[in-house]
Design a protein around this ligand. Structure first.
Ligand code: 1GP
Length: 250
């Protein structure tokens, strides 16, 4: 990375200045190795702020190769978005140290974190404690199945706000509200507005965002970072317009 600021400092500064950020999510299982250098170039051209890398279930053991190809092709910050301790890799810059606070599965609230912590203590990764909130996106997603948790109801902002506040009070540095990759319905503006209005830490929102309009609305409603994965996997031409829509919402 060129900057000396940590990823968390960059996120906090952007929030303070009202600058919205766009994160491209790359699932290593969903890309071919040869597609990564051009995708990284496209991400630089589109002024993507962060590349998140991870997946709810990785079956091809290609995380390391994916990171090294991205690292060789661009200087964008690479942030691990892991679903298990198997997705720790020092080639990235940072790791979202997720606790699934919307669920009641102790393994994902604290168990996996205990397993990971000694490894992370010796790694070069910037570890960023993140309260991860899965929100109902209209149908079961890989993450809801794999995590064995019930997502937050999409139409109960009071529960989402209470959960987000609890995460913040527990000292989590970021909140990530996710409808799950490929969600039928992205998280509503109303829910984003309520949570962002009542919390102070940077808010990441993703899941089922398929158009520049929706990306804009998500940022405009209060998301500090908008994450898009599937839509760009399906049509790379969307990357630039999605990122522009988010940045234009600043
Ligand atoms: C999923 O928030 C991310 O965890 C992105 O979702 O792939 O639907 O864009 P999509």
């Amino acid at each position: 990375m060129v900057t000396t600021q940590s990823i968390y400092q960059r996120l906090s500064a952007a929030k303070k200045e009202g600058r919205k950020c766009f994160a491209l999510l790359i699932d290593p299982d969903e890309v071919t190795p040869s597609s990564l250098p051009p995708l990284a170039e496209l991400a630089v051209e589109a002024r993507v702020d962060f590349i998140f890398v991870g997946g709810s279930l990785l079956v091809h053991n290609s995380l390391s190769d994916c990171l090294s190809r991205l690292r060789a092709a661009c200087n964008l910050p690479l942030v691990l978005f892991p679903s298990s301790p198997l997705q720790i890799d020092d080639q990235a810059d940072a790791l979202l140290f997720l606790s699934l606070i919307s669920g009641r599965n102790p393994e994902l609230l604290i168990g996996q974190q205990v397993i990971s912590a000694p490894y992370l203590a010796h790694s070069t990764l910037e570890v960023i404690g993140t309260g991860y909130m899965l929100v109902d996106g209209g149908q079961p997603t890989t993450v809801s199945y794999m995590s064995n948790t019930t997502p937050l109801p999409a139409d109960k902002p009071d529960i989402a706000v209470a959960t987000a506040l609890a995460g913040q009070m527990l000292g989590m540095k970021l909140l990530y509200m996710d409808a799950g990759s490929g969600a039928k319905h992205p998280i509503s503006e109303r829910l984003i507005q309520r949570v962002s209005a009542q919390t102070e830490v940077p808010l990441i929102v993703g899941g089922g965002i398929r158009s520049p309009e929706r990306a804009f609305q998500t940022a405009n409603a209060g998301a500090d970072v908008v994450v898009v994965g599937n839509a760009v996997e399906n049509d790379r031409r969307l990357l630039r317009s999605m990122a522009e829509a988010v940045h234009g919402g600043s």
